[in-house]
Design a protein around this ligand. Structure first.
Ligand SMILES: Nc1ncnc2c1ncn2[C@@H]1O[C@H](COP(=O)(O)OP(=O)(O)OP(=O)(O)O)[C@@H](O)[C@H]1O
Ligand SMILES: [Mg+2]
Length: 387
């Protein structure tokens, strides 16, 4: 059985790429737990909840700790440094400010993607953002489709955003409570947007940095259809993002949709699940109508080994409410399409890494054993699984 000291020793090889020191030295190892069966649980404290290098830490901790004899598995949990701990770290490093990636205050970044156009990405993005707000979370939707932006309209926003005195763009709150940002706010209506390669990359980067992103639990990005430049650019700028794939039910759509998964794979982003849209609905006489066939979503989810989060039926009212800028999930939460979208939202919530509250060492609690000497520890708390 490995000892805490041995695990700590291994963790000295896990380097924060931005601060260039080991997580042990930085005091970012919150706790180490070694179970009788050889499983090791490590909680790492991040500087910001949306830390883009979270997956880097997760992989590096697993890789290094697994090398020890007697380790049967490694689980990595995350929490966030308290303000006091952060200022301690800043002092230690002699820096005024710790690095923050784009969207540092956003806990979960989810890109809604598809292999082809018109499958309902924008409709799902808008309704999911509203559904997440209805579940009690702070959520936003960002329209990244420079060629056919539609999110502001679907969420009932028809004005340009305000600009703060610091010249940051403030995302307006929609009537559903979800905040909305769109690259379309900055493009003349109906203007032909022909952005390519480096210009597009720069525009998106600038755009992400210029927005005053609030603290959000979820930000959903509506990607353009397919796997082009915009998607690749975003993947580079947002390495913490996960991908949600929308597909239609015909089994033939599976191969097209799996292109979106291949893209995710290429840029090292995790696919979190599949939503089948335009699925069978039940007609007024109780008859089940499957205009676009059956089973495509499940086939794709099985192929990718990810959950099928929902099958959202074809629904005239879902389209009408999107066209009117008032999401169906809010107006008619019990409609069949709304119920499925709410189920998908709960699936997303269930998959999000749980953040432990930041705990300071209570008197008499055992030391964290992280060798950093900061004395803070967590005990008896269920570990969240890193996603
Ligand atoms: N489940 C559904 N039932 C009925 N209509 C739907 C459903 N989902 C989407 N639609 C309608 O289908 C059309 C295409 O949907 P949407 O714009 O959301 O797709 P998209 O994937 O974002 O398209 P694009 O690739 O052009 O961005 C819209 O008119 C929308 O209202
Ligand atoms: Mg769209």
């Amino acid at each position: 059985m490995p000892t805490k000291e041995q695990v700590t020793e291994k963790l000295t090889a896990v380097i924060d790429p931005e601060l260039r020191r080991s997580i042990v030295e930085l005091g970012m190892v919150r706790s180490i737990d070694i179970r009788d069966d050889g499983r090791v649980e490590v909680v790492v404290s991040l500087t910001t909840p949306g830390c883009p290098i979270r997956s880097h830490f997760q992989q590096a901790v697993v890789k290094n700790v697994s090398q020890l004899d007697g380790v049967s598995g490694v689980e990595v949990g995350f929490d966030v440094l308290s303000e006091g701990e952060k200022s301690g770290l800043q002092q230690k490093l002699g820096r005024a400010k710790l690095p923050e990636g784009a969207l540092a205050q956003v806990k979960n970044v989810i890109c809604v993607a598809s292999g082809k156009g018109g499958v309902g990405k924008s409709t799902m993005t808008a309704n999911l953002a509203a559904a997440l707000v209805a579940e009690g979370y702070k959520a936003g939707a960002l329209d990244c489709d420079v060629y056919g932006y539609s999110i502001p309209r679907m969420l009932g926003i028809n004005r340009k955003p305000d600009v703060s005195p610091e010249r940051k763009i403030i995302p307006p709150a929609s009537p559903s409570g979800a905040t909305v940002m769109s690259i379309g706010f900055f493009v003349e209506e109906n203007a032909a947007v022909v952005w390519r390669g480096p210009m597009l990359h720069k525009a998106i980067q600038q755009f992400l940095e210029d927005v005053a992103w609030d603290e959000l639990d979820y930000l959903l990005l509506d990607l353009p259809p397919g796997t082009g430049d915009v998607s690749m650019t975003l993947a580079q700028l947002l390495p913490q993002a996960k991908i949600l794939i929308v597909t239609t039910p015909q089994p033939a759509a599976q191969s097209v949709a799996s292109r979106a998964a291949e893209m995710a794979n290429k840029v090292d982003l995790e696919v979190m699940g599949v939503i089948e849209n335009m699925s069978a609905f039940t007609g007024p006489d109780g008859e089940r109508v499957s205009i676009f066939g059956e089973g495509g979503g499940q086939l794709l989810a099985d192929e990718l080994d990810v959950p099928l989060l929902a099958k959202v039926p074809l629904s005239g009212e879902l389209r009408e409410h999107a066209d009117d800028g008032s999401p169906l999930v809010i107006d008619e939460p019990d409609a069949p399409a709304s119920q499925m979208i709410r189920e998908a939202a709960r699936g997303i919530i269930a998959q999000s890494p749980v953040e432990l509250p930041v705990m300071q060492a209570a008197a008499g609690s055992p030391p964290a054993g992280n060798g950093s000497g900061n004395g803070s520890g967590v005990s008896g708390t269920e570990l969240p699984m890193a996603q």
